[in-house]
Design a protein around this ligand. Sequence first.
Ligand SMILES: [Zn+2]
Length: 426
Amino acid sequence: MPKLILRNGRVIDPASHRDSIADVLLADGKIAAVGQSLDPSGAEEFDASGCIVAPGFIDIHVHLREPGFEYAETIESGSRAAAAGGFTSICPMPNTKPVNDNATVTRYIIERAERHAMVNVFPIGAITKGSAGEELAAIGSMKEAGAVAVSDDGKPVMNARLMRRAMEMASSLGLPVVDHCEDLHLSAGGDMHEGFQSVRLGLRGIPSASEDVMVARDILLAELTGARYHVAHISAWRSVKMVEFAKARGLRVTCEATPHHFALSDGDMIAYDSNYKMKPPLRSQQDAAAVVDGLASGSIDAIATDHAPHPGSEKMQEFERCPFGILGLETALGLSLENLVHSGKISLLRLVELFTTGPARVMGLDRGTLALGAPADVTVFDTARAWTYDVNKSFSKSRNSPFHARAFLGGPVATIVGGKIVWRLD
Ligand SMILES: [Zn+2]
């Protein structure tokens, strides 16, 4: 297998506390050496000077839409968008058609990914059959087939007794339970965050309490069962506080935040533009600030995109009828650099943690480090490159992004999976 050497980059590897200019040698799909002036014969050279060389980024929350909704995204197109965003591993949620609630679907996704994906794909199985919230899915056999976690994402598990049983089951199998925290009675068909803006726009509101009560319930159940519990796309400030409280109590509770929830608030919404419609909704400035604080303090463990492709035909309806969700893979790093690093809120090392060791730990993945012998997954990025996002050139099959034509400072330069360059800036 060919060798690749990344020359003179600033190597940031949180797992080994490294932040220094060095060469990184990749051979046989593994990290073979990190050091000064390495001289490997026959290796392909990549000039990384002026760039950050980091462990491959991991996105633990994406929607690839295959099987069932291939008109919106496929494992191949979604993985290309991931590679172009600097991600080397992604975890697709199970809300496909059929739902990934049994080993046959899990195996199908893994086999399709082995053949067509540019990046590593670690599927998440459903908590309940059909994600209908009525009876537990075949969690044990999905784990055997390769599922790394369970979630009914897109929907909450409304029945607390069922959630308790899911946590007990997942706990005995060593899997994390990921919940989409939304009390459906409280969100009650709302379209955006409940507050001044929803009143102004005349749209039905989704109160922060719909998230907060589920996070509270789940933390209590996590304590009762000892389960590993993870809050998907946390957005409300009280929820962040509750996760902080759970961590302080020593519970195995983690959470993730999306770039749109810290980069935008409900005041940024362009009225009735469905590219601003997602769940949880864009919340208040106070909530967005709490998410930034949580990312800085460690209460929030990972940045995840919740990449949710929808074709134009679905997004171009009246606001109330449009599906929830936006693209996220190609803009995540640019938004994170701008709102977290360039703004002085977190260090570059912490940013790399949030894309690597943080998500790896949540999902129990043996990735996210440049340690010798680790898989040769590497993300090369630049903190100073000026570029503009053109959604019409996205690798995704869908175009639903509020960040079209936005200017960014800093973004991915090359994405390397298993020692092979799968995307590079032209
Ligand atoms: Zn969700």
